[in-house]
Design a protein around this ligand. Sequence first.
Ligand code: AMP
Ligand code: ZN
Length: 113
Amino acid sequence: MSDCLFCKIISGEIPSTKVYEDDLVYAFRDINPQTPVHVLVIPKKHFASIDEIDRAEDREIAACLRAVRLIARHENLEKGYRVISNCGPDACQSVPHLHFHILGGRKMSDQMA
Ligand code: AMP
Ligand code: ZN
């Protein structure tokens, strides 16, 4: 998607602080971190959100979640972390390219929303 912010980050057109990359996944630090560790994990293939995924995307989704685990270990989140994917307007999704937030590095609220 030529006008998608995260597709431009994957292509390098917009700079980012990369933390992980493989053939299916790209991960980078959130520009406005909500916790000491705040990483975004995205599939290289463009989907707007979880609402758009299908069986055809099983590999991409599995690769994203496997990357979450690798990144959590690399970022020393052994005390735990939260994984969030905002989907649609009620969830305040602001970038329409599927992404998983990894939040960690401090004790978080027991309120999820
Ligand atoms: P969401 O609100 O769930 O769609 O999350 C989008 C996230 O993208 C927010 O946490 C933003 O801070 C983050 N973000 C927006 N632009 C950039 C950028 N250029 N580099 C890194 N993170 C970004
Ligand atoms: Zn995109």
